[in-house]
Design a binder for this molecule. Structure first.
Ligand SMILES: [Zn+2]
Ligand SMILES: [Zn+2]
Length: 361
C-alpha cells in the first residue's frame, strides 16, 4: 500500500512560502521526510536570496507550483545523519545548493556533472523521486542525500558562504571549464550583481586580469577598490568599448536583462570565448561573421557538479573568498524581493534564518 504523505514526511518543518504568482511570501507549515540511511539532516541558519528565487515565486519562467518554499543557497549545522552516511557528522557545517538528486548513472553523472543530468532534481519547486514536492532553504530544517551536501570550511563565515552554493559555482565552473583560469589571461565580467561580484573575486584569485563591464558608472570605484578589478568599462559608452576591442581572452556574461552580444563579441581576441551564465527571457541575436572572424565561441554554463562545487568551496576557503552580503530578517523578505527586482542590493541578500524565522508552535 502506498504511504500517505504523513508517513513519508513525518518531520514538522516551518518556512515561508509563496502561494501564487504574486510572489508574496508568508509563514507556512509543512513537513520533510525523516532522515534516511544516506541522508544528512541539518538546521538551516542562513539562506541566500538568488535572483532565480524571484523569477520562480512570480512564475516568470513558467512551471511554478504553489505553495513554494524557495531558497537554494542554504547553510547550517548537521543535526542527524543516516546509518550509511560516511562524510558528515552531527555538528558539521554544511550547505545545500541548487540540486538534491540526480540519476547517478548517466554520462553526465558519471563525469561528475550531476548538474547536467536529465534526471536532476532541483532543491525547490520540483517533484522528488518519492513523488513529493521539494522545498528550499527559506525554512528551519533541511534533509538531503549526503551526495548533495557540501562541507563548509571553518574559516568561511556561514552568512557569507551560502551564496557560494549558487552564485559562486555558477561563475567558478565556466572559468575552469573554458580554460579561463590561467594566470595572466584577461577576462571581462559583464554585470556586477550577485554573480558578477563573485566572478571578479574568483578570477582575481586565479591570477587573471579582470575588467568589469557595467551599465552603472557609479560602480567603478567599488569594482576596483573593494572587489579588486583591474579596470572598468561603462557598457553604454561607445568610446570606452572601442578602446577595448580585441583585448579579452574571455567574457563571463552574468546579465539576465535583455542585452546585445555583438558589442561584447567585438572585445574578444582571436579564439576568445563569451560564456553566458545570466538568462534573459528573449533569445540572443548572434551574427555569424563575428564568430567566424577570430574563431570566437559563445557558450553557456549552469551551476556545477557536486565534486566541483566542493572544490570551489575549498578554493574559496583557501583564498578567503566570500560573498558581499546584506543580512536580513525573514520578515523583511518581501521588501528584499522588491529591492532585488530593482537590483538594489550589494550584492546578495542573505536571510538570517537561525535568528529571525519564528515558528508558530
Ligand atoms: Zn540561484
Ligand atoms: Zn544522471
Amino acid at each position: 500500500m502506498a504511504k500517505s504523505m504523513d508517513q513519508q514526511h513525518p518531520v514538522k518543518a516551518f518556512g515561508w512560502a509563496a502561494r501564487d504568482s504574486s510572489g508574496h511570501l508568508s509563514p507556512y507549515n509543512f513537513s520533510r521526510r525523516s532522515t534516511g540511511e544516506n541522508d544528512v539532516a541539518f538546521k538551516v541558519l542562513y539562506c541566500g536570496v538568488c535572483h532565480s528565487d524571484l523569477h520562480s515565486i512570480k512564475n516568470e519562467w513558467g512551471g511554478s507550483t504553489y505553495p513554494m518554499v524557495p531558497g537554494h543557497e542554504m547553510v547550517g549545522v548537521v543535526t542527524e545523519v543516516g546509518s550509511k552516511v560516511t562524510k558528515f557528522n552531527v555538528g558539521d557545517r554544511v550547505g545545500v545548493g541548487c540540486m538534491v538528486w540526480s540519476c547517478r548513472s548517466c554520462d553526465s553523472c558519471s563525469s561528475d556533472l550531476e548538474n547536467y543530468c536529465l534526471g536532476m532534481i532541483l532543491t525547490y519547486n520540483a517533484k522528488y523521486h518519492d513523488g513529493t514536492i521539494t522545498y528550499g532553504g527559506y525554512s528551519n530544517l533541511m534533509v538531503a542525500d549526503e551526495h548533495f551536501i557540501v562541507s563548509i570550511p571553518d574559516n568561511l563565515p556561514l552568512e557569507r558562504a551560502g551564496p557560494l552554493l549558487c552564485a559562486g559555482i555558477t561563475v567558478y565552473s565556466p572559468l575552469r571549464y573554458y580554460g579561463l583560469d590561467k594566470p595572466g589571461l584577461h577576462v571581462a565580467v559583464v554585470g556586477l550583481g550577485g554573480l558578477g561580484h563573485m566572478a571578479v573575486k574568483f578570477a582575481k584569485a586565479m591570477g587573471l586580469k579582470v575588467t568589469v563591464i557595467s551599465t552603472s558608472p557609479n560602480k567603478k570605484q567599488e569594482a576596483i577598490e573593494r572587489l579588486g578589478a583591474d579596470s572598468f568599462l561603462v557598457s553604454r559608452d561607445q568610446e570606452q568599448l572601442r578602446s577595448a576591442i580585441g583585448t579579452m581572452d574571455g567574457i563571463i556574461d552574468t546579465v539576465s536583462a535583455a542585452h546585445h552580444l555583438p558589442p561584447l563579441l567585438g572585445l574578444l581576441k582571436t579564439n576568445g570565448k563569451l560564456v553566458v551564465v545570466g538568462a534573459p527571457e528573449k533569445p540572443f541575436e548572434l551574427p555569424a561573421f563575428q564568430l567566424i572572424y577570430g574563431r570566437k565561441l559563445v557558450g553557456g554554463s549552469g551551476i556545477g557538479g557536486m565534486k566541483e562545487t566542493q572544490e570551489m568551496i575549498d578554493f574559496a576557503s583557501k583564498h578567503n573568498i566570500t560573498s558581499e552580503v546584506e543580512v536580513i530578517r525573514m520578515d523583511y523578505i518581501n521588501t528584499a524581493m522588491e529591492r532585488l527586482a530593482k537590483a538594489d542590493v550589494r550584492y546578495r541578500f542573505v536571510i538570517d534564518i537561525g535568528n529571525s524565522l519564528q515558528t508558530t508552535e
